[in-house]
Design a protein. Structure first.
Length: 259
């Protein structure tokens, strides 16, 4: 994929689609065009059979320090309605392939909302997370209140959203917001290591596992189990299921093709 973007860097290597936020002078503040570009790159990788997993990171000192306040400060409610401000965010949330994020420095406001769109999150030990929108007289609008509450529960989510305070990487890990904390020096290396591990797994299994887990967040237990069961059955129609089980029986490494 060519990198014909203004605010992100994109490339593909070894089954991984890399997307890097590229506004380092403003700590990767997220404007509307950046979101559109992220969506375009994600959807292109989602349709690319050579890409098994997507890795998201930020260039420079921060992952993303928040939304571009200068862009939206003069807007009103009707402006947002006509712009359909969060339509691209909704489409990011339904990307089928696994997305793994690498967070250094700040992931605040819209930056944290973007991070929470990832399926797995690695963070540097200097990372800080938070929703400071309350200090600006507003609130998260791209899913922050919903995803944070589902991750850490109502009481802790209320505290962080009400106060606008920041949490360190270790606390974010303890609360289940991120998967792993590593040193800043090896963040990209360690995140890519996990991405490579996922890229070796059967793509259809990853896709249907992701779908099933996301349904589990919203569905009652019984309905979620029925959804899981249908996906389980569906995978027995795949070539990868035959390859995986035959490789197990023959004691060799499987060669998954995503079919």
């Amino acid at each position: 994929m060519s990198n014909n973007y203004e605010y992100i860097n994109v490339h593909e290597r070894d089954g991984i689609g890399f997307v890097e936020l590229n506004r380092p002078k403003v700590l990767n503040a997220i404007n509307r065009l950046m979101v559109t570009e992220i969506l375009h790159a994600f959807e292109a990788f989602d349709q690319n059979d050579h890409v098994r997993v997507i890795m998201l990171s930020g260039k420079g000192r921060a992952f993303a320090a928040g939304a571009d306040i200068d862009e939206m400060a003069g807007d009103g409610a009707i402006d947002f309605e006509l712009l359909n401000q969060f339509a691209d965010w909704d489409r990011i949330a339904v990307v089928k392939k696994p997305i793994i994020g690498a967070v250094q420095g700040f992931a605040l406001g819209g930056g944290l909302e973007l991070a929470l769109c990832c399926d797995l999150l690695y963070a540097a030990d200097d990372a800080e997370f938070g929703f400071p929108e309350v200090n600006l007289g507003v609130m998260p609008g791209a899913g922050g209140t919903q995803r944070l509450t589902k991750l850490i529960g109502k009481t802790k989510a209320m505290e962080w959203l009400f106060t606008g305070e920041r949490m360190k990487a270790e606390e974010a890990c303890q609360l289940g917001i991120i998967n792993r904390v590593v040193s800043r020096e090896v963040l990209i290396e360690e995140t890519e290591r996990m991405a490579r591990k996922l890229a070796e797994k059967p793509p259809l299994s990853l896709r249907l596992i992701k779908e099933s887990v996301l349904k589990a967040v919203d569905y009652p237990l019984y309905e979620g189990m029925q959804y899981e069961r249908k996906n389980f059955y569906l995978l027995f129609a795949s070539e990868d299921q035959k390859e995986g089980m035959n490789a197990f029986i023959e004691k060799r490494k499987p060669n998954f093709k995503g079919k």
